[in-house]
Structures are given as structure tokens and as C-alpha cells.
Design a protein around this ligand. Sequence first.
Ligand SMILES: Cc1cc2nc3c(=O)[nH]c(=O)nc-3n(C[C@H](O)[C@H](O)[C@H](O)COP(=O)(O)O)c2cc1C
Length: 375
Amino acid sequence: MTSNFLTLQDLVLAARERLGKDVWDFVTFGTESETTIRRNRRALDSLAWLPRILRDVSKVDPSTTLLGEPLRMPVLLSPIGSIARLDPEGALATARAVGAFGTLQFLSSHAEDEIAAIRTGAPLPLIYALHPYDDPAALDDEIDRVKVGGYRAISVATQSGYYSRRERDLMNGFVGKVDPLRSYADLLRREHATGGVAELRPVRLSWAMLDRIRARSGMKLVLKGVLTAADARLAVEHGVDVVYVSNNGGRSIDHARAAIVTLPDIVAAVAGRAEVIVDGGFVRGSDVLKAIALGARAVCMGRMQAWALAASGEAGVRRMLEILEEEIVVTMGHIGVNRLDELSPDYVAEAEPCVTPHPLSAFPVVMERLFGLHQ
Ligand SMILES: Cc1cc2nc3c(=O)[nH]c(=O)nc-3n(C[C@H](O)[C@H](O)[C@H](O)COP(=O)(O)O)c2cc1C
């Protein structure tokens, strides 16, 4: 199943047409001043290529592996909790597209209804993205369900016990008025409207909790939300297999550093003892390759996935992956590499960004059509 979209910009425009303003704003924007979102984009736009010439690039191959799993290209799909708001088939549509294409998807534990649907089907290319809560019995029960669910690995989300203030959602009446003293889980339950979150007290996360998840699951472990070298070192000491650099795309902490700016420090701190992946602002093939040049194994995408799913369900996500692959192959050809392991920081240099950063600023036609902005 595929579709006729020619560009990523067509997918974004189709998503805007299909989504109501409240869901569009919820997906596209983020917390308070939205500085983190803009930093993510500005930092990616501040890297320019140092291409090499006169090389034979007739055999470009963008494939790689993560946790030993083959990936057709270094792009995975980030966890999205409220995925059913974007397409009736939600995570199941995405999982089918990802499986047909040949990469992996993080499945948010806040996509509970989809999880039930997925369990009844064939094994799918999923990493379970767990949002832990501090009821040990309920947590153990969830881990045990994940163990038998055919997942390739378990990923632990680390955003704080406080729900962030996404002011557009508040102003649109999309979530109830946020009271930080109410529990995060309770608010998530309202946000995702799927039930299934058993614990209503604020979530107290800890490294001991991570150890418990690792020991009980016996599965490969991904830690999402690492933003400092100090925490990356701790993650490795606690046996994490994949350090997932993420500021949640500016949906939790405002005024974080850009993910791609944080990446080199974390790659250095991990020093090859775990694989490093990253998300936050990546929407283009060339964005992906910049992270690979700076030491990431692969890149995850949240919003781009959401827009593609909203645009055309399973076919939209499949088409998004195909277009991204084409962008990656073409860029590899232009910069003179045949394989991802040929990339290094020598291929990128600091440069002045050319556009005002915005979640959609990598898409000039979208900016023109939606906002009348000729950047
Ligand atoms: C609609 C939406 C829902 C999300 N839900 C979750 C979630 O349940 N758990 C989580 O860890 N991250 C969640 N995220 C954050 C993504 O996993 C990812 O970190 C972020 O979107 C990456 O930035 P990008 O959107 O710029 O690619 C969500 C993101 C979006 C857009």
C-alpha cells in the first residue's frame, strides 16, 4: 500500500487539511514559549555540508542496524501517545508501514487501545516505549505483558512527573486546565483518552526503577530523554543498550538545548559502550545525515510521522519513509559517501541559518501556503 505524494511538503499540507485546528496545534507545537522546538530546527539549519567531490558514488547504501536489527535507512519512528487521534488505525497503520518498509517503530504505552490490536496480529517491528509509574505491582505486570508481546526492546521515558504547559492546547480547550499538583498520569489519561494508566499519584522516577525494569524484562533497554553527558555515563553504567537523546521535540521542557547540539557531548561520553539515537526537529533526509555525521546510529521522527499518518494513514507513512530514503540517498551522493560509516564530523561545518526557525520551516511551500511567509 503506497500513495502518490511526491514530497514531504505535500504530506504536511494534506495533514493540515485533514486535522482540526486543535489536533493540528497539539501535534505541531509545544510547551510555553516553544523555544525548544525552535532551537531544534535552528541548530539543524546551522550545520552546512562540506561535500567531497570526484568520488564514485554509484553504490550509495543508507542501510544500518540498531540493536542488531537491520534498518533499511537510519530513521525510526518516535513514540506518539495519542496516535489514534491521527488515523483510525493509529499505531497499527504505522507499524504495518514500518514493517513493509524495513525499519522500527517505538510504540508508546499511552497508545493502549492500539497495543491490544497489535498483540492480536503478527510480530511487528516495535520497541515498547514504557512510561513508568511507581506502583511496583502494576509496573511488573506491564513489564511481563511486554515480555510476551514480541517487542524487539523496551524503552523507558524519563520526562518528569509534571505535565508540561502546552498553552495552545489550553487555549484551544484541548486538555483540561493543567494543575501541576494533579498527577501526570491522570492528565495523560485525559490527554490520550485511552484509559489503562493504573497509577494516579505523581510519578517518582529513579535509576533504581530503571534497574528494576531491566532486570525483570531481561530485554534490550533504551533510555529516552538523555540530554547531558553525565546522564549518558550513568545510563551506560546502568546497562542501557541505546542512549536516546531527546528533548521530546519541545513538548516537555521549554528552553532545552537543541537535540543535535547535545549529541556530540553524549556520543563522547558514551564512547562506543552503547548505541546513540536522537530525535527533535528532524524532518528531512539531510537532517538525518547530519546526526549520523555527529555520531548517532539513527534518528527518530515524531511530528513528521504524525503528519504523514494524518495525511494518508498507513500509505502516508510508507510514502514518507520512501521520500526520506530518496532524500538520504541523494544527499549521500552529493556529499560523496556510499555508506553511513564513511560519515564523520569532518563533513559538517557551522553556518548561518537562512530561515526563522519554526516546526515547519524546513518546508518553504508549506510556510507560503499556510502562513503566507516567503522566508
Ligand atoms: C503527537 C505527539 C505525541 C507524543 N507522545 C509521546 C509519548 O507518549 N511518549 C514519549 O516519550 N514521547 C512522545 N512524543 C515525543 C516524541 O516521541 C519525540 O520525542 C518528539 O516528537 C521528537 O521531536 P519531533 O517531533 O520534532 O520529531 C510525542 C510527540 C508527538 C508529536
